[in-house]
Design a protein around this ligand. Sequence first.
Ligand SMILES: *[C@@H]1O[C@H](CO)[C@@H](O)[C@H](O)[C@H]1NC(C)=O
Length: 358
Amino acid sequence: MTSNIIAISSTLVLAVIVSLTVQIFYFSPIDPLPLEIPPSSSTPENKLQNIIKLGEGVLKNPEDVCVDKEGTLYAATRDGWIKRLARNNEVWENWKHIDSNTLLGITTSKDGGLIVCDVEKGLFKVTEDGFSLFLSQVNGSQLSFADDVIEASDGMIYFSVASTKFALHNWHLDLLEARPNGQVLKYNPYTKEVDIVIDQLHFPNGVALSKHEDYILVTETWKSRVLRYWLDGEKKGKTDIFIENLPGGPDNINLAPDGSFWIALIQLSGEGLEFVHKYKGIKHLLATFPRLYDMVHGATRKATIVNVGTHGNIITMFSDNNGKVVNFVTSAIEFEGHVYLGSLNSNFVGKLPLNSSD
Ligand SMILES: *[C@@H]1O[C@H](CO)[C@@H](O)[C@H](O)[C@H]1NC(C)=O
């Protein structure tokens, strides 16, 4: 009798183990590679805890922020609004509404208005008159996961496609897979052609142009590095590493007035849990059970931004080390002595004065 029960229960246990293994490895949505994540170094300061919260409660997860020449601040929110705050104003205006809950990168356009990335639809131009989708197909396929965009003074539009394999709602699968599924593309508005600028990137997230427009920078979030693609000069057409081993995954990147760059860094794993990304088996497990993944991911535990010089040197680093005031900061842009912060886990835009001594 007892031995029967033991036999039955061990058969059951075996069946459960076998089916779990099949479930995890056979039905796993990813084909992962091991990933080395540099530990996120903490600095003693918590300067990002000193931010002023702009529009608290009215801005739903503003991933990216931009400022136009007049000093008007714009944010694209998760509920499809492009909201703006005029200089010296305190109230955000509901400027334009795009029927979308997947807006990401935004940038000002030189002939006025904004260019906005929508993960599902493509690239929008937004002006006083309204909005229009000007790029939705690439080579006959839907453009998806356009993440960040920048316009050069010759009119060329450079933008990142973070992943050609996964969607925004399961971006963590792209991280667990850790394969180069992304691209940077160039759209020529005169010929309407789209070309690949850099292929095989590990979640290209932010794009920025240098002050003299002789290169573009693209952040590779999973690789904790930023690549530089030369548009001009003797290295024209070549790609090299601008900065690597960043203490976090670089998200959006923006040119600062002095020619340096601000980069928002997201924490890719919980502190001390970087090792989980080294093992394919753990990755399959995490990809199969989102609850488990939630336990190890670190994006909402911390906020970090860095200012990087043109030689790829970190000049300053500001953090909220335990995410007390702000976390999951995804963009940082400098304008007239302040840095403005977008975040995927906040309902405000952060404003940090740069010259305060505290
Ligand atoms: C479009 O397809 C052609 C032919 O396969 C390829 O050479 C080109 O790189 C593709 N362009 C883009 C932007 O994917």
